[in-house]
Design a protein. Sequence first.
Length: 189
Amino acid sequence: MKNKQKGSANWLKLQKKIARVHQRIADTRKDWHFKLAHHLCDGAGMIFVEDLIPPTPLSKGGEGGIGMLGKHTLDSGLGQFTNQILPWVCWKRDVYYEKVDARGTSQECPDCGTQVRKDLSVRVHQCPECGSTKPRDVAAAQVICTRGQRGIENACGVKAAGAEVTQSSWRAVKQEIFGATQGISQHTH
């Protein structure tokens, strides 16, 4: 672009060529997001994700700039995936989707609920209260799942998480969720 005179025919042609490249990248990313969303819906009846506030902490570096993986994180379109594509595919496929509070998911024990403070460099969760030991990411995913199930429990008025869960309460939760989604999908077909 710097070698072309602004507004000339060659400058305009180059602008269109650059726009086509960016459009191709965006289309490829969106195609991958839809394939991933359908793959996730194939294997789940409920999907819970952290409610991250963009820009994500992964994209920030030291003094407010872009970090080492910042550009890659922003380029992956995580916000588009979790805010637009995944909820839409879940709705079309009758899969329950909910965002849960992201605060402290990696600092909480999934088995007993105790706060276990650790730095980002610590990659294994070890609870001093119950003795639970597992990879940090697995523990955080279990906390997200538990929080999502508690959200369903509160909305439906029956227990959906914890040791006290019975078959009848699960049945009531499923009827509530899938009855609501069936009603929505019946009006759209």
